[in-house]
Design a protein around this ligand. Structure first.
Ligand code: FDP
Length: 340
């Protein structure tokens, strides 16, 4: 990036698309629509605390979790913007029971579908901690010209075309990955545009931070305890003990892990034998991003991206982050965490 010259996300995406003569520009246009949704959600998040934005909505979602007002706002914003897009055949949201296929002619002829978690980390909304929107884009497998089907949304992460997140933190950033690279764009409030700030992000091969809800450790396996003890043990040559950081907002914990290195773990435990986090809305897109940045992601023996989903709201354990840290964790837990 040239110093002093702002490169907007649109400019960047169009330049990247030009490298592929066969590209139609549909993916770029979809990313622009997701960026627009992010800006609208950001506007609402930034004024949370003023007016009637904070707090519970009073309903629960498909997983029985209480929905916050901002969850609903973010969900509706994404659904409407993608409906009006010319490049999205349908969506599946963590907040909705089923996928939604847009049935107008433009949408039926669109080749992409989008899955999203509209507002991840929503238990942090009321305390002003970072939250985010996560998205995953697949090329549909159903026939063009017809409404999309559930099969379009039940594809393994290895088939993702692009994935990304928008983090509403000390600044607002959109990070997206294609198979080629991962790039981060910071919202420049004076022009209302995401501008390239973190070109070609690479996840450091090693790190010094482990991120896990250690308060749940009573429910973890002996093998997990072994790994946690390893993280806490003193070994000056190897830089241990590691620091422990856990915001409890996957986007925020993973953004730090991607940029600074480290490991983020949400394991299976006694009360959640399949883990807590959702495969299609959270783990696959984050796994795609971290792998594209040179990191590593597993759920025990296998790569998360290879799992063939069987239902929309499937969960999985996850170990994700710096390559060497994830490999080390696997030496402790390899067999026990392979529950999917
Ligand atoms: P939240 O419930 O606040 O929406 O899957 C959602 C998620 O947050 C993740 O963002 C976060 O990493 C995780 O759950 C936190 O779960 P615990 O509170 O069980 O640690």
């Amino acid at each position: 990036m040239q110093s002093g010259k702002l490169v907007t996300m649109d400019e960047f995406t169009i330049q990247e698309t030009r490298k592929f003569p066969q590209a139609t520009g549909e993916l770029s246009s979809l990313l622009r629509d997701l960026g627009l949704a992010g800006k609208i959600i950001n506007k609402q998040v930034r004024k949370a605390g003023l007016g009637d934005v904070l707090g519970k909505h009073g309903a629960t979602n498909v997983q029985g979790e209480e929905q916050m007002k901002l969850d609903i706002f973010a969900n509706e914003t994404l659904i409407n913007i993608l409906k009006n897009s010319t490049d999205c055949a349908g969506i599946a949201s963590e907040e909705n029971d089923d996928h939604l296929s847009y049935e107008d002619t433009f949408s039926a002829n669109s080749k992409y579908v989008v899955l999203f978690d509209p507002l991840d980390g929503s238990s942090n909304i009321d305390v002003n901690a970072p939250i985010g929107t996560i998205f995953a884009i697949y090329r549909r497998v159903s026939e063009l010209g017809k409404p999309c089907t559930e099969a379009d949304f039940l594809q393994p992460g290895s088939r993702l075309m692009a994935a990304g997140y928008i983090i509403y933190g000390s600044s607002t950033m959109m990070v997206y990955a294609t198979k080629v690279s991962v790039n981060g764009f910071t919202l420049e409030p004076s022009i209302g545009e995401f501008c390239l700030s973190h070109p070609n992000i690479k996840c450091p091969e090693d790190g010094k931070i482990y991120s896990i809800n250690q308060g749940n450790s009573i429910k973890y396996t002996q093998e997990m305890h072994g790994y946690l003890n390893y993280c806490m043990e003193e070994n000056k040559e190897e830089g241990r003990p590691y620091s422990q950081r856990y915001i409890g907002s996957m986007v925020a914990d993973l953004h730090r892990t991607l940029v600074k290195g480290g490991i983020f773990i949400y394991p299976a435990d006694k009360s959640a034998p399949k883990g807590k986090l959702r495969l299609q809305y959270e783990c696959n897109p984050m796994a795609f991003i971290v792998e594209a940045a040179g990191g590593k992601v597993v759920c025990g023996k296998r790569n998360i991206l290879d799992i063939q989903p069987t239902e929309l709201h499937q969960r999985t354990p996850i170990f994700i982050g710096s390559k060497n840290m994830v490999s080390k964790a696997l030496e402790f837990v390899r067999e026990k965490e392979a529950v999917v």
